[in-house]
Design a protein around this ligand. Structure first.
Ligand SMILES: Cc1ncc(COP(=O)(O)O)c(C=O)c1O
Length: 380
């Protein structure tokens, strides 16, 4: 039986393929240092784990749950917005919990794209935006993020493209570049959404892995804007698959319509433990950001071995390394992969034009960077 035509342009996820290759090489004796994937190695806050255990025994904990999330969990999300971003979001109508923010990328695309409808996708950008657009029957239309504009797009270019598209994906704190968006830029983007009747899908999973907190909801009010946030990175809960979409009521309701036909509520103890996480003190964010900042110093040292330069300041869980003129990120990452068994991500997986960059993740202990440095130095 032939799979659908929609599937023909889709590949298995790059990291899924690479992980298989690593497993094969490790079964033959290699030992890999994986510095490519944003899978937090640190544990969630202890009280979150305790809260999960406690709520496992609550009455009704193992039953199907409300499709659109527990009111108390949604209220905790609304309080999180008000505490960290100074934004008021109505918990009943403007918030929808998701099984990981990645699933919401799919639900939004299914809710709004008809065959042939365009979604605007940043380059460099998260791979899922394009593949999910195609799976939903839509057409990806790319726009460049420009290094000279701090990895923000050219607004005039975007205005022209927005006239013919239904969704625009934007992601700040940006993955892979680590850039935080200018507040002025966010205001202009919201105006652009209103003028051109296009949905801004603002993907913000690294919202507190940064020294600057930004939410587009601060500027959007009733505009056609939704924001995706995640518990994967801010709270090291990636395997729990928890996130949410918040913002424009009508868009949130249409995403819920798709979601409740595909999924049936989120496990009760997870939502209760999620509430505990969302209420955690700011000391938690200081603690994890401090660890990432120390690791960044090691990555800088590692990158200097192949002439790479890294931004002075960046957020998120990765370091975006600019390579010297003429050096290919694909060739470099292949060489590190096969010769040194060090896995870093080539820039081209985030956009075809980005062969002059590689992305190194911050999700391993400092001694692993140290080992990578030693491996390269000894074989140089
Ligand atoms: C830019 C971006 N968006 C979304 C996601 C998905 O996060 P989640 O774990 O909430 O599905 C990731 C995960 O790596 C990401 O980097």
């Amino acid at each position: 039986m032939k799979p659908s035509k929609k599937l023909s342009g889709i590949q298995d996820y790059y990291f899924a393929r690479k992980r298989q290759e690593i497993a094969r090489l490790e079964s033959e004796g290699a030992r890999f240092l994986t510095l490519a994937i944003g899978n937090p190695d640190l544990d969630p806050p202890e009280e979150v784990i305790e809260s999960l255990k406690t709520h496992l025994k609550d009455p009704g904990a193992h039953k199907y749950q409300m499709y659109s999330g527990l009111p108390s969990f949604k209220q905790a999300i609304a309080d999180f917005y008000s505490r960290h971003f100074g934004v008021h979001v109505d918990s009943a109508t403007q918030i929808l919990p998701l099984m990981g923010s990645k699933s919401g990328i799919m639900w939004l695309s299914l809710a709004y794209l008809d065959p042939g409808d365009k979604a605007l996708i940043p380059e460099p950008g998260y791979m899922a935006y394009a593949s999910v657009t195609k799976l939903a029957g839509g057409l990806p239309d790319y726009f460049d993020l420009l290094p000279e504009k701090k990895w923000q797009p050219d607004l005039d270019d975007l205005k022209n493209k927005a006239k013919q598209a239904k969704i625009m994906w934007l992601n700040y704190t940006n993955m892979p570049t680590g850039t935080v968006a200018d507040r002025d830029f966010l205001k202009k983007i919201v105006d652009l959404a209103i003028e051109n009747d296009i949905i801004i899908a603002f993907d913000n999973p690294y919202s507190l892995i940064s020294d600057q907190k930004t939410s587009i909801l601060e500027f959007s009010d009733h505009a056609p804007v939704v924001e995706f946030q995640s518990m994967s990175k801010n709270f090291n809960m990636a395997g729990w698959r928890m996130g949410w979409v918040a913002g424009n009521k009508e868009i949130v309701a249409n995403i819920a319509k798709v979601q409740n036909n595909a999924e049936t509520g989120m496990f009760y103890p997870m939502q209760k433990a999620g509430e505990t996480a969302l209420k955690i003190s700011d000391r938690w964010f200081e603690y994890i950001n401090d660890i990432y900042n120390r690791r960044k110093k090691k990555v800088r040292e590692l990158a200097s071995l192949f002439g790479g330069t890294v931004p002075e300041k960046s957020g998120g869980m990765f370091v975006w390394v600019k390579l010297p003129e003429g050096v290919s990120g694909e060739k470099l990452s292949d060489e590190l992969f096969y010769k040194h068994h060090i896995f870093i991500a080539p820039g081209t997986i985030f956009g075809k034009k980005l062969d002059g960059y590689v992305r190194i993740s911050l999700t391993v202990p400092e001694e692993i960077y140290e080992e990578a440095i030693q491996r390269i130095k000894t074989e140089q």
